[in-house]
Design a protein around this ligand. Sequence first.
Ligand code: KG4
Ligand code: ZN
Length: 496
Amino acid sequence: MWSSSTTSSRIAAIGVTTVHGFTSPTGSLSSRLSRFRPGDANSIMRAFTTNDNSTSTSTVDVDSSASAAEEIKNTKRIEKRKQKDKRQASAAKRSKFIGLAKAVDRGSFPTYQPGGSSGDVFVARSGLPQGDISSTEGGRLFTVLGIESSCDDTGAAVVRSDGVILGESLASQSHIHEEWGGIVPGLAKTAHEENIDRVVNDALEKAQMTLEEIDAIGVTVGPGLEICLRVGCEKAIQLATEYDKPFVGIHHLEAHILMARIENPELLQFPFLALLTSGGHCQLLKCLGIGRYEIIGGTLDDSLGECYDKTARLLGLPVGGGGGPALEALAKEGNATSISLTIPLHRRHDCDFSYAGLKTNIRRAAERLAIDRNVTSVLDLSRQDKADLAASFQNTAVKHLEQRLERAMKMMEKQDISSLALVGGVAANQELRSRLNAVCERRNWNMVVPPPRLCTDQGAMASWAAIERLKIGSSDDPSNQTVYARYPFSSYPNIS
Ligand code: KG4
Ligand code: ZN
């Protein structure tokens, strides 16, 4: 700090000092200065003399003070601009590297590329089912055994190429995860190992088929929990090798998306828009063809499924099979507008999502309610209070989806796309389905959503995705198939 110099240089020094004052939102000096008009030199000097002993002086140069005030204003403006630029740069960085990292090709992970580097040259690396399989009309129907073990449930199914599920089996791990309050990868892997043979045999038995009669084998190879993926993948490789069957390594997100076509691919032809909301992902994708997806929005932090699960846990609901279904059921008893929550990112003009803020928002609202009701914790709230919290949470979560979806729809309409696939585990939610259906009706869009039990993870998704791949002449080599915890879609700059 200065002590002896000319008055004007003193004022300049004061200007510098106050820059720091302004950047500190808590400083009483800065708050007082921010109310002053340029040229109000005496006021400025009062502000300094009451806050900093070293600045107390009886001599004031009024002109210099006015220019100091101007300088303060300029510096404040520059600081503000710098802060804004910094915020924008870090937001851009976040959306690039946090939200979309799992699903977008940024060169750091092996990519899903069934159509080769151009996106449309498909190779049958382990052959195809025999005969003409390209179309269901005139062509031969064929069957695929699919295996799914990317997360917490072990699934297997035999599906025919016209979309009929001949037999399926699912071993749920919900009791294990209920006990631990979430998924523990090591326990999930052990449970997959214990269940895989039984689940595969069960699906075959229900389909009344033997492995010899099956035409091909598909298995989820990523993204997901690596040690869990490996259990299913090793089983599928072993069976494809032993029975000499065409083999397809499935991308879990593509399998979710393609489930919207299982009933009738004619009703959902490429290109279309997909909204994928699951436990691990929340994305809007432009779907151009098998293996060709362009991500137009992703979550900057949490997925919607995760947010449902954490909120269910906060309210003491069962979370074993994911907290979503229990939260949805409770929300039906509540008032959706009783608790005020902020819709995430509603001022941001893009198609990204963010659910971390809502998660915190609902927790704080619940804690405040517990204080108001004079109970010791959120878990002690009445059922009605919990239902109101659940309904308000769901209402806000869906509003966020509606806003982002409408923005993406507007973009797609300019490209003559007007079909939506609503997919992923959270798409099993009835409130979500009916509200997004209303958005589609209003905009004259065609919405296709799989039946609820086919929205969440199960074996038929691997079978059907394999059928779609085989129909276009694509299969993989089981001898060098590996699994991928992260498995981005390839980006093809020239295909849109
Ligand atoms: O697709 P999925 O089975 O697994 C992943 O690929 O992540 O999605 C599971 C997620 C869980 O977070 C679960 O709570 C949520 O989907 N979910 C639901 C409902 N059913 C499942 N969320 C809200 N309402 C539901 N009815
Ligand atoms: Zn899934």
